[in-house]
Design a protein around this ligand. Sequence first.
Ligand code: IPM
Ligand code: MG
Length: 369
Amino acid sequence: MTKSTMLMLPGDGIGPEVIREVRRIIDWLTRRRNFELEISVDLVGGCAIDKHGVPLTDETMARAMEVDAVLLGAVGGPKWDSLPFAIKPERGLLRLRKEMGLFANLRPALCYDSLVDASTLKPEIVRGLDIMIVRELTGGVYFGEPRGITTLPDGQRQGLNTQVYTTEEIRRIARVAFELARTRSNRLTSTEKANVMESGLLWREEVQWVHDNEYPDVNLSHMYADNAAMQLVRAPKQFDVIVSDNLFGDILSDEASMLTGSLGMLPSASIGAKGANGKRKAMYEPIHGSAPDIAGQGIANPIAAILSFAMALRYTFDRAADAELVEKSIVNVLDSGLRTGDIMQTGKARVSTGVMGDAIVRELDKLGG
Ligand code: IPM
Ligand code: MG
């Protein structure tokens, strides 16, 4: 059997700190569960700019195309904020998504029982919450042309971006969402602004088409994205799977994360089309950013990164049992009262990134025998 391969791109800010804890989980799985993973580590984002002048080198991009999965920490920080657009740290991430063809971004938002009170929403609103946001990731206004800042004849400057979607781009992301809905409670909410945008109208019509022709058994509803944003804080448990375009998905998933208590808890998987070998390209990353305000202090929450790796175990490495083991360990550690600062509650024990990692490994020892 050939070894599984993974490219680790810890990136900037708290990225390296949280990825370090993932390494320890992988070491444990290698030791105790015979998981052979060949890992290479490289730069992305600001650290790549500092070393190479670009946020992602062609060599790193090529490596990303070869491996079974990429695990990314976070990119960006104030140091690189004023750089020209084309070489900002974020471009490294966007290039990976685009060139790997990772059109489907899965962002589960799960509210753990022991964190119900960490949410800014009332406990009864979020208790038991389990939703999945499926965000289109390689199209829309993030990549649409024309784009740019130009100077008009009258001397004013004009910023321009283009929201654009084609039939196939919409249908393929809709299929991912319908498939997921079938494995859950069979309900899908599609969001757009069909009331003001032609691209939104097309989105609605194409999602409906996929439903009528391929997934008539799934319960589909359409909702304007602004209403969905409101409903997410009013009554989030009405949702199961939500599908949305790139920009609305970016916003709705940040919003959904706060229902669960902290951005520091949410993983994501970005998945491409099936390749010739029958495998999908994939990149896993926590939803949180580089958090420059707390970087280097060893206090970041490693759970989103560890859960992202658990998604890799499930979706790329076919190791669902190991994914469950990791997830269960996290639940138990949270139940035992350990908290990083972002999910701190009175009466609980505030711990560092490393101590949280220790506790999860120790829990794995207990559960994994
Ligand atoms: C995300 C982030 C990225 C995005 C940034 C860092 C480019 O906010 O993954 O949600 O806007 O997609
Ligand atoms: Mg975002």
